[in-house]
Write a protein that binds this ligand. Sequence first.
Ligand code: GYE
Length: 345
Amino acid sequence: MKNRWWRKILPAVAVWFYTSRFLTGCGPFGDVVLEEDGLEVPSEEEEDLIVVGFSQIGSESVWRTANSASIQNALSRENGFFLEFNNARQKQENQIKAIRGFISQRVDYIVFSPVTEDGWETVLQEAKDAGIPVILVDRKVVVEDESLYTTWIGSDAEEEGVNAGIWLEEYLAKTGREGESINIVVLQGTPGASIQLGRTTGFESVAEKHSNWRILEQKSADFTNAKGEEVMAQFIRKYQDIDVVISQNDDMTFGALKALEANGITTGVNGDVIVISFDAVREALELVAQGIINVDIECNPEQGEYIAAIIRKLENGEPVEKENIVDEQIFTPENVEQYLDTRTY
Ligand code: GYE
């Protein structure tokens, strides 16, 4: 029989490997990353990096995936950051848990995109007491004491809603329909999310100036493709004469288009129903170019570089603005072609 001596020492090697890893954070074959509360911590060589804990809402949309990628690219090791990325899977309680984890880990900055506006006071106070600056990204919070966060970076949701209304106003005038009665249905995003509330109030502020516009119903489809299809199908069953569909993100629009098509209803420039969408991801811009979606109000997910720049300023002790609004535009069949090649998401 062969002498398999190594079999005898294997358990001892395993014990040595895991104990040394556990006690020192270093493995026998170089540095490894210690896990603490399921969170990564920087190794010794990474100690100079700026540690950022980021709680993302989830991965509900194409926009969200692009937003996550932008933040991961900007807050990379090469750029001097150590990023703790947490996916909250649409739940506020998961975000609060992640933020508490970041606090106990004493990260340098906490960044998060709040799924809804309310309910953040306690955990933000805990971050403040721990002396950790909080940067809000994409969505906003409602808090009495604004010093609970340092700054916010995102889109002007209300302006996006106003832009949708103004576009509709101009389009109806251009097509000679300004005097017609116009029936509108709205697919809304996650209830209580600042972006949903902003887009809604923005559009309503224009709609209320037009006595011939009638908002038949506004219903949440949670920013997802599947729910967009489901809610649009309900609208179709309930209302015979829909003139305009407003969908507060592209994913819901993709779902709604499926439901409309399944019911033999055409959309867009030469169709039965006018479609107004938000986000402007590549696939939606292609549908704008084909005249299937009439207009897409851009919401810019590329917020990573903005966050990195703000953190660098804070590191240098420079002041930062309380609100930082990203640049955005409006895409119609008339202008969209020139942007198609460069759209990466
Ligand atoms: O419009 C949608 C998403 O908060 C701006 O969230 C964001 C929205 C975006 O999932 O697609």
